[in-house]
Design a protein around this ligand. Sequence first.
Ligand SMILES: Cc1ncc(C[n+]2csc(CCOP(=O)(O)OP(=O)(O)O)c2C)c(N)n1
Ligand SMILES: [Mg+2]
Length: 537
Amino acid sequence: MANAKSVHEVTYDLLRELGLTTVFGNPGSTEQTFLSEFPDDFTYVLGLQEASVVAMADGFAQSTGKPALVNVHTAAGTGNATGSLVAAYKGNTPLIVTAGQQTREMVLCEPYLSNPDETVFPQPWVKWAYQPARAEDVPAAFMRAYVLALQPPAGPVYLSIPLDDWERPALGPAAIRTASHRVSPDVERLRGFAERINGAQRPALVFGPEVDRSGAWDAAVAFAEKVGAPVYSGPLPDRASFPEDHRLFQGQLPMTIGGVSEVLRDHDVVVVIGAQVFRYYPYVAGDYLPEGTELLQITADPRLTGAAPVGDSLLGDVLPALEQLVDMVDDHSDRQVPAAQASTSQIDLTGSAPLTADAVWSTLSTVKPADSPLVTESTSTLAQQARFLPSTRPASFFATASGGIGWGVPAAVGIALGDRARGVKRTVLATIGDGSFQYSVQAIWTAAQHRLPIVFVVMRNEEYSILKSFAVLEKTPGVPGLDLPGLDIASLALGFGCRAVNVDSTEKLAHEFTNALSADGPTVIVVPTKPQPIHLG
Ligand SMILES: Cc1ncc(C[n+]2csc(CCOP(=O)(O)OP(=O)(O)O)c2C)c(N)n1
Ligand SMILES: [Mg+2]
C-alpha cells in the first residue's frame, strides 16, 4: 500500500472523469483538506455566501444540462445554503453538495464548527444525505451521489466528509458507473391516455417546467399542433415550455384553485404535462376541476403524481411520453382554437421616473437581444413580463422553483458561467425587484470577478410591492416591514465591482441597456418605478 493513491487523488480522478471540474464554494478550515493541491484543470468559483454559492451552481447546471458540484462549510454553510437548496430540489436541478466535517478523531465530542446530525440537517431538501462510514468510501460515495442526483426526478444530494479523510490511502481507482437519466412511461397507460384525448371534444393542454428541462420543447409544439388544443402554462413556472407567441398559447393558468377551475370550465379533458396539478399559491376556494372535466397528468416526479388532488397520473419522462403520444393521437390540427384574449388593460408608458412596470418591460422588449435568456424575480410585474417579453425559445426563461426570493441574482450568474463553459455567447437579462436584489446580493461580486455578460435591471419601487397586494387579498391592514427606503443600489453594485447606473427615463433605460450589452462585465441598471398593485384573487 506504500504507493497507494490517496482518497484525495482518487476522488479528483473520478470528478475529472465525470466532468465535475467546476467547484462552486465558500471555504472553511474543514474544507481546505479537500481543496488542497487544487488541480490546474479544475475551476473554483468563489461565492461570498452559501445561498449564492448553491443558486449559482443551480444556474450553471441548468445552462449546461449537467450536474454541478458545490462545497460549503459544515453546518453553518449548509444552513446558509438551505433556501437555495429548496429551489434546486423543487426545480429538479442535479447538484452534488459537499460539506466538510470535523476530523473523525474529535467529532464525537462536538468540536467548534462540526456538523452533528449531518445527514438530517439538509432534509427534506436533498434526495440523499450521507457521511461515508470509512474514509476509503469517499470516492464511491461521490459516484453514488452523482448517480442519484441525475436519476429522475433529478435533484440535489449531500455528502458530509470528515477533513481527515482526504489524505488516507484509497482502495484503488474509483469504479465509474452510469445510470439512466430518463424513465420511459408505461406504453399501455399512455395508449389509454391517447384514447381519452381522442375522445375529447374540447381538450386543453397545460405544459410545465419538465418539458423544457427534458428537451421536449419541439415535441410539445408538435403534440399541441396535432391535438389542435389551446395550450396553457402551469402557474408560476420556473421554466417556459412552449412558445408564448404561438397561435395556440393562451397564457398562464391562475394561481388559485377557484381561478384554475374557472378557466378550465369549457374543457372536457385537460392534459397536464411536466407540471404539478397545480402550483397553487393564494387560497381562493373553489372546485379543483369544473363539473364534467377530466384531468390527465404526465410527470417524471412521483411526488407530483402523489400531490395531485384530482385526475389520473402517469409517471415517466415527458420527452419519450410526448414522442410516443404524438403518434397515438388523432390529427385535429384543423380544429378551430380561438386566439388568446389579449389584455385590454390600458398600457401606461409614462416615460420619466418613476416609470411604470409597463414602461420598463416594454422598453426592455425593444432592446433585449432575441437570444438573451431572461432570469426574473420581480414579483409584482409578472403580468408585464408575460405581456411584453413572452418566451419564444427553449432554455430562455428562468425563475425560482420554490418561491423563495434571492435565487434570481445568483442563478443569473450561474447561467452566464454555464453559457461560457459550453461556449455560448449571449447576454443574460436579469429583472429583479429592489427587495429581491438584497437576499444574495454578493453574487454580483462573482459576476464582476468573472466579467460575465449580465445586465441586472433592478426595479426600485422602494417596497415589497406584492406583499401590499397580499395585504389587500388577506384583509390584513397595518402589516409592518413592507417599505424599503434608503437603499442606494447603484452604490452597492459599485462596491461589489460592477458597472452601475441610475436611469430616470425610458430613453436612458434603453440607452444604458444597449451600452451594457457591449460592456466587459456585468452592469446593474437601477430604475425608479411606480408600485404595481395587482389583483391576486
Ligand atoms: C426567502 C424569502 N423571504 C421572504 C419572502 C416573502 N416575499 C415574497 S415577495 C417579497 C417582496 C419582493 O419585493 P421586491 O423584490 O421588491 O418585488 P416587488 O413586489 O416590489 O415587485 C417578499 C419579501 C420570500 N418569498 N422568500
Ligand atoms: Mg420592490
